[in-house]
Design a protein around this ligand. Structure first.
Ligand SMILES: Nc1nc2c(ncn2[C@@H]2O[C@H](COP(=O)(O)OP(=O)(O)OP(=O)(O)O)[C@@H](O)[C@H]2O)c(=O)[nH]1
Ligand SMILES: [Mg+2]
Length: 323
């Protein structure tokens, strides 16, 4: 297939995405997930239609009940007649969480609903980082016309920071008796949450965890005009889910009223650009490094201990950048 006909078929595909055709949405997501030239073309075609949805990030430790909560939120969102797409992002492999299959089974109750789209994304193969890959997937879903996009990520290491970089509203889910509360306070995730949920309210210790999180909120309270609300929920029975939804909507209203939405989106775009430029620089640097004639000579010198690694690195850097 030549490039021209490929471009033409991508244009067709993107038109079908804009019409909300599910198979085309799924294909476009696979393309942006794989990265490369086709992904860049899809993003180029869909970008003008992006930026329209409210993007909600849901994060928390493995097993706190994120998917159960998302499932309950979908039902609530559908009562308001809004359309919703869910991206469940697995940070490492499709097998690590173990819940990926579970997610599909659980969310199956919505599979016949045309206004609900659910997709697991493994985040492999994309040349860019999490934020860039997720950003492009969000663009596809926005072009497809979804009102809300929910991103579920397991809160491990950098991923919750990445989600806060991508979402308009970040929801942190915690549960009683897991040491989650202490962990959250220590690791600084209290600062990235816009809405907090203590899930599994039916378990012993739920009220205690709830009070601890409230107390921690007071301590970490910043001068920001938004005070992140904390609520107790039992996602499994949908108890307290209404409050979670109210809190998410209330945060959305705050973002719009205060002008913070535009500020945040510019900040996110800057972070994404920085990541993309970093990717380009890294691959360019790798090429230059492999082609740099001095590398082999310096490796020999290093073996003979006539130069140290720091000095060798500086010399290669100067050779590559001609400084
Ligand atoms: N007791 C109780 N169990 C719950 C509640 N919500 C979810 N669970 C259970 O907790 C387990 C994990 O739920 P998931 O929704 O898969 O949790 P998750 O956070 O999406 O898990 P990962 O995606 O693997 O990180 C399941 O067995 C759920 O049935 C709740 O409100 N109360
Ligand atoms: Mg899950």
């Amino acid at each position: 297939m030549n490039i021209e006909s490929l471009t033409f078929s991508l244009a067709d595909l993107c038109r079908e995405v804009a019409q909300g055709q599910r198979r085309s949405i799924a294909r476009a997501l696979s393309i942006v997930e794989d990265g490369g030239a086709a992904a860049a073309e899809v993003v180029r075609l869909l970008f003008p239609a992006s930026g329209t949805a409210h993007v909600i990030g849901i994060t928390g430790s493995p097993g706190v009940g994120k998917s159960t909560l998302v499932d309950a939120l979908i039902s609530r969102i559908r009562e308001d007649n809004l359309s919703v797409a869910v991206l469940a992002i697995d940070p490492t492999s499709p097998f690590s969480g173990g819940a990926l299959l579970g997610d599909r089974v659980r969310m199956q109750s919505h599979t016949l609903d045309k206004s609900v789209f659910i997709r697991s994304m493994a985040n492999r193969g994309h040349t860019g980082g999490t934020a860039a890959a997720t950003g492009d997937a969000i663009r596809v879903l926005e072009a497809a016309g979804f009102d809300l996009i929910i991103i579920e990520t397991v809160g491990v290491g950098q991923s919750e920071l990445a989600i806060a970089q991508t979402a308009d509203t970040t929801v942190i889910v915690l549960m009683p008796g897991s040491g989650d509360d202490i962990q959250a306070i220590k690791s600084g995730i209290m600062e990235i949450g816009d809405v907090f949920v203590v899930n599994k309210g039916d378990l012993p210790g739920a009220n205690k965890t709830y009070s601890e999180i409230l107390a921690a909120m007071e301590l970490t309270r910043t001068s920001s005009a938004w005070a992140p609300p904390v609520s107790l929920a039992t996602a499994e029975t949908e108890e307290g889910v209404e409050q979670v939804w109210e809190n998410i909507l209330s945060h959305r209203r705050f973002l719009e009223r205060s002008g913070e939405l535009a500020v945040r989106r510019t900040q996110k775009m800057q972070a994404e650009l920085e990541e993309l430029v970093g990717d380009l620089a890294r691959s360019c640097l790798q090429d230059s490094f492999r082609r740099c004639a001095r590398v082999q000579e310096l490796l020999d010198s290093l073996a003979r201990k006539t130069i140290d690694p720091h000095a060798a690195a500086s010399e290669i850097f100067r050779a590559i950048f001609s400084t």
